[in-house]
Design a protein around this ligand. Structure first.
Ligand code: B3K
Ligand code: ZN
Length: 864
């Protein structure tokens, strides 16, 4: 590489040189020659005579200052510098861009028949020259001119004019009265079906709601619309936040790099996160749609009305908004299951990121490509940090803090420190030590040692904080540590410390802390870090019997699931040793008996039960090992599943039959389907006639949750019918690409040595398209994530497949390439042979002469 991409540092932040009073944009749409006219009024903030604007991949057509052509400027590939300017001036810039050839899906692009923009983080500079940074806020007026073949010409805010021009093309003008940064700008043009509705806000204002979907998809839009209305109502009730414009639009597009984008008043969504009906979408899809629609809506206040000063502060809006969407899902559905989802994401993905070369604090301090920092750390760990504040302050004080935040910062671009300051002030809680969470890197661990003193009736817990090795902040953190103590019969014991009863949340603030629980008459079983009250690893030597006691008796559903996970982890450690010694692997009969009992009793939430008896994923179990024992782990998972399938056969069948599943969408029916699917998955492993019948009837049903459940079971058990089943699915759904993504994902998890060849072959399937991020993620993403046996093949063919793809994607869509490289980032956690093979793929990338900044940043870190 000739010039290495340069990093930017948080410490170098300086305020913008100019303020922009207003911005008027006109787009004359054309596939390869769209003309963008930007008229803006600039005001110098200091005695500044020059102005540096961001701009990438633009063809400058003309430039005028105060109406007169101006030539005291120079441009390079990323900037335009104007000199000798007055302190106040109007600037008119005309640029030409080519949406059709923009396969990176950033800036303005034309794909799947629609024009669409994605500006966050730094895509606006691919549209026109501007101060493309989140702390430059202005009022936008946007005119979109297009062919009549595109009836909808959309942008942010309210529609203020429309008409037809002499040349037959039509236009629409939009005005957004709220000042916003450029990353929240949006434009969409195309032909859609519309689903319309309305929402009356708490103050009685009527808001028009419009959902735009591809022609013919209207029947799949109602769930997203219902989710939007639920989100609007919930935000009023729980956070006292009301929507502010007269219209709220959501457009679903087929080509999109992520889930969705919160552009002011005009959200753009990946169609996969909008469209659903029972035939085409699973219960999980319904849940995801509700949560993402909520997330983008909640950004209207946490992100749009109050935004980030600079991109290092991304967690200000993302951590907080993820926390808000998690609370929304929990208030509307099951709190326990939502907590399980959140923790799985943390353990499987965030802990891995924290342990790898891309580890960064939730507020990063050094960035090459900003798009690389939309991470599980910034989002999910960021949300955990907000959740800890919520735990420490309590709902009431937290809400007081939120009110103060909006009162003080509405309309501003602020920092994470500003947020914590309002929380601290409103609640009168000292958060000085807590703020270290914003700088800390890596996953902290807590070593817990307990002892019981019978004479004094004391139960003593000593907790030691161990920061991650690479964490520059080695001082102890403020950690809310929730604990429950269970007696022999499973009752919760009152917590008494220093003669006083205390809440279950202990404040850990020291390197080592000893807590003496008094009036404890027998050795209790401790439920540690209940509800994952902090994003840390707990090291404690649980006995299997204790974990089983927790599974049976803990008050928190999350804690019961967590104990089952820990039990599997204990078992897998033993199994790996046995594997190495060539001994047979089986699951402990104690644990099997526990599951048998749970399946027969079927008390509480069936969806929770379904999760509880699942063997954790390869990635989750892998976190228990310093070096991932690939083969032993694959073998253990298979053997555990076989043990469950064999031993619990009759309990699984009983449970399967007892689950009343009525095809509805309510929580009970969803839970029943979840348990049915888990049972069927195991039953297929040693299937008899009865099970074949069930598999067949689910596979042929018109409920996608059941269909996919059956297919997954059939493929996992490698039943003879799998080839026909997959072929039938293909011919039934070829017209629906989102459904075909499910098929591609299933294909990717196929067992057997021809799996890889098969994937190369699927690249030529008529539905596959490397330029579409959904397709690539469905096929290759699922392969690398969910087919550990084939991906980690010792001949390196799995790694080569991913390497080949990354080389192609680097040219097509760097953002997508950069996301797909994730499995290689943990290369150092594998044995030396596999390390060598993965490293070779990273080196192939490093040697490329046109490596994108996105990949460069990761490859460079991975190899250094
Ligand atoms: N804010 C967007 C993500 C933008 C990603 C840019 N690479 C979606 C969200 O978090 O709501
Ligand atoms: Zn977000």
């Amino acid at each position: 590489m000739e010039t290495k991409p340069q990093a930017k540092y948080l410490k170098d932040y300086t305020a913008p040189s100019h303020q922009v009073e207003k911005l008027e944009l006109t787009f004359d749409l054309h596939p390869t020659q769209t003309l963008v006219t930007a008229q803006a009024k600039y005001l110098a903030l200091e005695a500044q005579r020059s102005l540096t604007l961001d701009g990438v991949d633009l063809r400058l057509i003309s430039l005028k200052v105060n109406g007169k052509s101006f030539d005291d400027y120079h441009a390079n590939s990323t900037q335009l510098v104007l000199n000798n300017l007055p302190s106040e001036f109007e600037l008119e810039i005309v640029t030409e861009i080519s949406p059709q050839t923009n396969t990176a899906l950033e800036g303005l692009y034309l794909a799947g028949g629609a024009y669409c923009t994605q500006c966050e983080a730094e895509g606006f500079r691919k549209i026109t020259y501007f101060l493309d940074r989140p702390d430059v806020l202005t009022v936008y007026t946007v005119t979109v001119i297009g062919d009549q073949s595109m009836p909808f010409l959309l942008s942010n805010g309210n529609k203020i004019a429309q008409g037809t021009r002499e040349d037959g093309r039509h236009y629409t003008t939009w005005h957004d009265p709220y000042k916003k940064p450029s990353y929240l700008f949006a434009l969409v043009a195309g032909d859609f079906d519309e689903l319309k509705d309305e929402f009356i806000t708490c103050s009685g204002r009527k808001v028009e709601l419009v959902l735009f979907v591809d022609k013919g998809n209207l029947s799949k839009a109602p769930h997203a619309m219902a989710s939007l209305k639920n989100a609007m109502k919930w935000d009023e009730e729980r956070f006292n936040l009301e929507y502010d414009l007269d219209i709220y639009m959501i457009v679903a597009v087929d080509f999109f790099n992520m889930g969705a984008m919160e552009n002011k008043g005009l959200n753009v969504f990946n169609s996969a996160c909008v469209l659903a009906n029972q035939q085409t979408a699973t219960d999980r899809d319904y849940h995801t749609i509700e949560s993402i629609v909520g997330h983008e809506y909640f950004h209207n206040w946490t992100g749009n009305r109050v935004t980030c000063r600079d991109w290092f502060q991304l967690s200000l809006k993302e951590g907080l908004t993820v926390f808000r969407d998690q609370e929304f899902s929990s208030d509307l559905g099951s709190r326990g299951l939502n907590r399980i989802d959140a923790v799985m994401a943390m353990r499987m993905h965030q802990f891995a990121e924290d342990a790898g070369p891309m580890a960064h604090p939730i507020r990063p301090n050094k960035v090459i490509e900003m798009n690389n920092f939309y991470t599980v750390t910034v989002y999910n760990k960021g949300a955990e940090v907000i959740r800890m504040m919520h735990t420490l302050l309590g709902e009431q004080n937290f809400q007081k803090g939120m009110q103060l935040y909006f009162q003080r910062h509405d309309g501003q671009a602020v920092t994470c420190d500003d947020f914590v300051a309002t929380m601290q002030e409103a609640s009168k809680t000292d958060l000085t030590q807590f703020k270290l969470w914003y700088e800390q890197v890596g996953t902290p661990s807590l070593k817990v040692v307990t002892s019981f003193n019978e004479e004094q009736s004391h139960y003593v817990c000593t907790i030691t904080q161990q920061n991650a090795k690479h964490d520059p902040i080695q001082s102890p953190l403020h950690i809310p540590f929730a604990i429950e103590l269970l007696d022999k019969s499973g009752n919760t014991l009152p917590l008494i410390v220093n003669g006083e009863s205390v809440s279950k949340v202990i404040n850990l603030t020291q390197k080592e802390q000893t807590i003496v629980f008094e009036k404890i008459s027998e050795r209790p079983v401790a439920v540690l870090l209940e509800d994952f009250s902090a994003p840390v690893i707990v090291n404690y030597d649980y006995q299997l019997g204790e974990l089983i006691h927790i599974i049976a008796h803990a008050s928190s559903d999350y804690a019961r699931w967590e104990a089952a996970q820990q039990a599997f982890t204990l078992q897998v450690r033993e199994a790996v040793t046995k594997h190495e010694q060539g001994q047979q692997i089986i699951l402990s009969s104690e644990l099997l008996d526990t599951f048998d009992k749970l399946l027969r009793e079927r008390e509480g939430d069936l969806a929770l039960l379904a999760e509880l008896i699942k063997v954790p994923s390869f990635d989750t179990l892998a976190t228990a090992f310093e070096q991932v024992p690939v083969d032993a782990l694959n073998e253990s998972i298979a053997q555990f599943e076989l043990s469950i399938a064999n031993t619990l056969n009759s309990a699984l069948k009983d449970a399967f039959m007892a689950c009343a599943e009525n095809g509805e969408l309510g929580h009970e029916a969803v839970s029943a389907r979840a348990l049915k699917n888990t049972c069927l998955y195991y039953l297929a492993i040693c299937a008899d006639e009865q099970v074949y019948e069930w598999l067949e009837s689910h596979r042929m049903s018109d409920n996608m949750t059941l269909v996919l459940g059956a297919l997954k079971a059939v493929l996992n058990a490698q039943l003879d019918s799998s080839a026909t089943a997959m072929a039938e699915f293909d011919s039934r759904w070829r017209h629906d690409l989102l459904v075909m993504d499910k098929w591609f994902s299933l294909q990717a998890t196929r067992k057997g040595d021809d799996a890889i060849e098969h994937i190369y072959h699927l690249y030529t399937h008529p539905c596959f398209d490397k330029a579409n991020p959904n397709r690539v993620r469905a096929l290759v993403g699922s392969f690398a994530r969910s087919n550990p046996e084939q991906f980690h093949r010792i001949d390196g063919k799995g790694y080569e497949l991913l390497g080949d793809l990354l080389i192609e994607l680097n040219a097509i869509n760097p953002q997508n390439a950069s996301r797909m490289i994730t499995p290689f980032m943990s290369w150092k956690r594998f044995d030396s042979r596999r390390q060598q093979l993965m490293k070779a793929q990273l080196e192939r990338l490093a040697d490329m002469s046109d490596l994108s900044d996105d990949l460069y940043e990761k490859v460079d870190k991975a190899l250094s």
